[in-house]
Design a protein around this ligand. Structure first.
Ligand code: HEM
Ligand SMILES: *[C@@H]1O[C@H](CO)[C@@H](O)[C@H](O)[C@H]1NC(C)=O
Ligand SMILES: *[C@@H]1O[C@H](CO)[C@@H](O)[C@H](O)[C@H]1NC(C)=O
Ligand SMILES: *[C@@H]1O[C@H](CO)[C@@H](O)[C@H](O)[C@H]1NC(C)=O
Ligand SMILES: *[C@@H]1O[C@H](CO)[C@@H](O)[C@H](O)[C@H]1NC(C)=O
Ligand SMILES: *[C@@H]1O[C@H](CO)[C@@H](O)[C@H](O)[C@H]1NC(C)=O
Ligand SMILES: *[C@@H]1O[C@H](CO)[C@@H](O)[C@H](O)[C@H]1NC(C)=O
Ligand SMILES: *[C@@H]1O[C@H](CO)[C@@H](O)[C@H](O)[C@H]1NC(C)=O
Ligand SMILES: *[C@@H]1O[C@H](CO)[C@@H](O)[C@H](O)[C@H]1NC(C)=O
Length: 350
């Protein structure tokens, strides 16, 4: 009797916590109402393995795509919430639009990879998994398959019906010329702490930047906080301020998700002002140093901040829709509105 009631209490506790917290070691993660760790366990049990297995193949061919997918999730979440609006043809930072600010260059291939994953997932499970959830899972796999931490992603996001304008996009993505004060202020408006800001910036441990994102630090005058040899090498890659070349964000291990980005910063080899100033500013310098000497600490804080980021202004329940094509809203697609019940549901959602 005693044992069965205590196991009942244990079960209730377990069930409650399954829907509210994820224990990563001693750390509890907050999950917003409407999202859960088990959202597709019944409707699409193989979701995560379909995505992971496909991305292993993609990254084996080109590990650079991991960076593109990680950045896509960041842009999705920072601009009007993780609602897949970044994927829409015609969104301010999406593909194929003259309206897109040129220095927001997301990789065209990242959009193709997401649409391909969407097709594979919907072929197996039907149109139950949102594009925004696929982006969040692809970003997690990008981190893990590049050598970073693995972590569970709360799921159940719905895809948005509205486009982000250029102004809203620019207002929500700090430029690389930002100093730490600007970054802390901008990200505090999304409830990120200084530790979150430094941890999220560690996303720059993989991937590439275009010359125009940092030549303001080289021409006409060289940023005195930049290492001289590093600056000379960057000048060779970017002979003019408008060169279309790219260079790696983390010179020590450009394709590996590790804590070397912070070692770069301690050696004045951060690429953007927004990176290097984290080591100059006394509020964030100790956090940079702590991550540079302890990768486990960085990974823990990165996971916390990513799970937080992945829940920014999410749509849940019957809000939004599950897109049949990540690039277009269902109401804009003749294909979906003509497939009977599914299409009617999509229209009534709208
Ligand atoms: C904190 C403010 C941030 C600023 C100012 C910033 C700025 C930038 C810029 C300017 C680029 C290069 C774009 C180009 O020149 O092509 C870039 C690339 C990148 N960013 Fe950030 N970023 C920030 C936060 C983040 C976050 C939170 C993540 C993910 C956790 C992230 C992940 C990446 C990745 C992976 C790339 C490389 C993309 C590629 O190789 O295609 N960034 N970022
Ligand atoms: C967008 O921002 C620019 C400059 O900040 C401003 O002139 C313009 O009116 C804004 N447009 C809209 C639609 O808010
Ligand atoms: C884009 O580049 C322009 C000019 O270099 C700069 O003023 C602006 O802050 C940049 N915006 C972003 C989001 O990087
Ligand atoms: C940071 O940048 C802002 C402009 O974005 C500027 O007003 C401020 O003075 C800068 N702060 C420091 C400490 O350089
Ligand atoms: C930040 O937290 C406050 C208080 O908990 C909440 O009202 C607000 O919606 C949050 N902002 C974002 C962008 O999540
Ligand atoms: C691109 O960078 C390479 C070195 O990495 C340099 O030789 C070349 O001149 C650069 N091209 C342009 C157009 O800036
Ligand atoms: C790049 O800038 C140089 C001067 O620095 C100029 O001569 C050239 O026309 C510019 N090229 C482009 C494509 O804007
Ligand atoms: C590194 O950080 C982890 C996680 O906070 C902590 O458990 C560990 O003790 C730290 N290691 C060292 C050597 O300080
Ligand atoms: C998705 O929509 C885009 C834009 O309308 C279209 O070019 C593409 O062919 C569509 N993909 C599929 C699989 O229907």
């Amino acid at each position: 009797m005693a044992s069965s009631s205590s196991s009942l209490i244990y079960m209730i506790f377990f069930l409650l916590c399954n829907s509210c917290s994820y224990f990563d070691g001693a750390r509890a993660q907050i999950v917003l109402p409407g999202l859960s760790w088990t959202y597709y366990d019944v409707s699409c049990p193989n979701l995560e393995s379909i995505i992971t297995e496909q991305l292993k193949k993609v990254f084996k061919n080109d590990i650079g795509q991991a960076a593109g997918l990680l950045r896509l999730h960041f842009h999705d979440c920072f601009v009007q919430g993780c609602d897949g609006s970044v994927l829409l043809d015609g969104s301010a930072s999406g593909p194929g639009e003259q309206a897109a600010p040129p220095n927001l260059s997301l990789r065209a291939e990242a959009f193709k990879i997401i649409n391909d994953l969407r097709r594979r997932v919907h072929d197996k499970c039907g149109r139950v998994v949102s594009c925004s959830d696929i982006v969040a899972l692809a970003a997690r796999d990008a981190v893990y398959l590049s050598g970073g931490p693995n972590y569970a992603v709360p799921l159940g996001r719905r895809d948005g019906l509205t486009f982000a304008t250029v102004n809203v996009t620019l207002a929500n993505l700090p430029p690389p010329s930002s100093n730490t004060s600007a970054l802390l202020t901008s990200l505090a408006s999304k409830n990120f702490t200084a530790t979150d800001v430094v941890a999220l910036s560690g996303g720059h441990t993989i991937g590439l930047g275009h010359c125009t994102s940092f030549t303001g630090r080289l021409y006409p005058t060289q940023d005195p906080t930049m290492d001289k040899t590093f600056a000379n090498n960057l000048k060779a890659t970017c002979p003019t301020a408008n060169s279309t070349n790219t260079t790696v964000l983390d010179i020590r291990s450009p394709d590996k998700f590790d804590n070397k980005y912070y070692v770069d910063l301690m050696n004045r080899q951060g690429l953007f002002t927004s990176d290097q100033d984290l080591y100059t500013d006394p509020r964030t310098r100790p956090i940079v140093t702590a991550f540079a000497v302890n990768q486990t600490l960085f990974f823990d804080e990165f996971v916390t901040a990513m799970i937080k980021m992945s829940q920014l202004s999410v749509l849940t329940g019957s809000a939004g829709e599950v897109r049949a094509n990540c690039s277009v809203r269902n109401s804009d697609s003749l294909l979906v509105s003509s497939v009977g019940g599914e299409g009617k549901k999509a229209l009534s959602d709208f």
